[in-house]
Design a protein. Sequence first.
Length: 457
Amino acid sequence: MIRRFQLPLASVALSLAMGCASTPQNSELTTQPIATRAQAATQTSAIIPASQTEPAVSTVEDLVRVATDLNPRLRKAQHLIEAAQGNRLQAGLYPNPTLDILGDELGDRTGPGGIWTAPKFSQEIVTGRKLTLAQAVAAREVDQATLDLLRERYAVVGAVRLAFYDAYTLERRVQALDTLVKLSADAVKFGQALLDNKQIARLDLVQLEVEYQRLNARAEAARRELPHARKQLAAAIGARSLTIEPLQGPFEELPVYDADRTLASVLASHPELRSAQVGVERAKAAVRSAEAQVIPNVTLSTGYTRQNQNVSNDWLVGFSVPLPTWNRNQGAIRAAQAEQLAAVQEVSRIENDLTDRTAAALRAYASAYKEAELYRKELLPRAEETYRLSVEAFRGGQFEYLRVIQAQRSIAEAKLDYTRALGDAWKAAAQLSALLLEDYWPGTPPDLKPATPAPAK
């Protein structure tokens, strides 16, 4: 049965991140990104120590929960947020003062003690709001790192769901083949009884046995694939030693996606696109920061001087400033302006990429969805009926064994193709769930009423 519902298109975590990534027009003054909430929203729960035995799990929700706790991609993204926050802090720090101790004319005849300037202090005065502008650039990098954490989270979740349904489809294939092997074994047993009663020839029984061995070989081959599929699932989770029990979850009840609403939701909320948009803000701030570098910083100095020649105590005051004659930071400004134009184009590139990925997933999903529906409603019931009638007729002596084998093969292929189509649909849905940032999948949160959107076209 196909279950129709509307999945949530954006998570609470993303909503928080959207608020933290958006910046006011005067972005160079906004040096403090509100990344804490988004980071907390994606913060993993209790991390299982590597030495601790990991739990056996079987449902997709369990596996996703373990993945968000253990996957190193998420831990790396969290550390990169901390690194970006450190860079933002460093960008706003004022230059340290300089302490000089100078000895001059040492050993002079008029005064062997020379001239000593100690201590002498110098301080660079940063002008043009350079620190504020540099911190604004770094703040946008914190926002991007936070959005990257969200992107990595849902990429991991989508990969786990995809690997889950790859392994789960294989399990269902094994189950279907085991059922077909049993049916074929029953046909062989009945054929043996007919041979004993001299109602069929030995060649007829051999053909039934060959078909039984063929199905049994396919079942054994699929069964041998299962451990490797579970290893791939464990790798997608990020815990190679994770014990995975036989999987459980919905299979024949597929979600239904509205193509237009799905694409609109992806383009409205995906962290990759939001990060690219924040990248434009960062590039604008970088241009302003590069332009501010033209304004020279001022260095002030003061100190005490002891002159041993004429035995006097003096004070010095200094003022220095570089003259922007040849170097007016024109190369860096030009580079920053070009990077701003590139950042604008990156937004368009990400939009096109997300559109392509969403369309490809919707296309694969719609194709598998329609194929599964065709097998469920038309082909599989007819194949089952044909097989049942052929077996009954064969037992009654009306059909020859070749018709039984043909009907057996038809139902086998129909069941296996149906299983494959369902698996393909779920794997495409897993990709869509990552693009749509779906926390509740494949279902709706308890406080939301299910809707019935139109199927993907």
